[in-house]
Design a protein around this ligand. Sequence first.
Ligand SMILES: [Zn+2]
Length: 297
Amino acid sequence: MKGKKNISAAFLSIAAVSISLSMITGCSQENIFSDVGNILVSDIETTGKKAAVAGENDVKEEENYKELTLSKETKHFLIQYGEKEKPYINEFAIAVEKSYQDLYSIYHIDVKEQIKINIYSSLKELHRVIGGSGTDQWLTGRMFNHTIWMSSPIGGSGNYSYETQLYDIPKHELTHIFVQSMSGSERSHITRWFDEAIALHHGRILSQQLVDSGIKSKLKANEIPSFEDMETYYDAFLRDMGYVFAATIGDFLVETYGYNKIKTFIQNPTDYEGAFGVTKNELWEKWVGYLKEKYKS
Ligand SMILES: [Zn+2]
């Protein structure tokens, strides 16, 4: 029960943060937990205080868990879910353990804490818990600290296929957790585009067709954003195709520099030259060159 209380309190605190950020930046989008949340997690865990949250986000703690009546524990995960999810849950458990092993074999780091995955029956239910409109079809998963919230691949997969929701969304969010584990206290300095680039490389939630057509049109219009442009959050990141660009940055970094240098950068996320041997600006120019070469017609 202690664990549940902490997570719930953390959620409520972050929900409050998201409301205040919404007012400032107009944000309402993904990774409030993974991007803003981590800056705040130590406060939440050490104080244990429950934030005052007004309006529809004022969800009672027990309501966050009311439909998660079943649980399954694996080597690294505690999966909580409802009756509807039973048909695929064994396959899911095997898949997330495989994703963990994949990431471990690349980065050689373990996530020290048990990772919790809460699977909600629908997008509406997920959004009720994490804060969302209930209709955003792309918002089917989030992470905060060592918990992943996601909606059911059956009836809650939004814009994604059953397979994407079953395999790629959890791997995407798990990658954020690995990045968090590798970065230690420095994660708050990791920029959004880089965090998403690595998560999109491992958890390929965007179709290649979507990425290719988006990049081609932006190249044609000569509208490639700077890294600074992609450090913006939420609405601007989404509106300006941040995920599509970030997906290509992930592949570019892996193909050009390899995982060891990426890990070095995660551990020192302001030291571009130490990790990649080039300045931030030079890295951007190399990425643009990679795009032009890849998409030349
Ligand atoms: Zn992400």
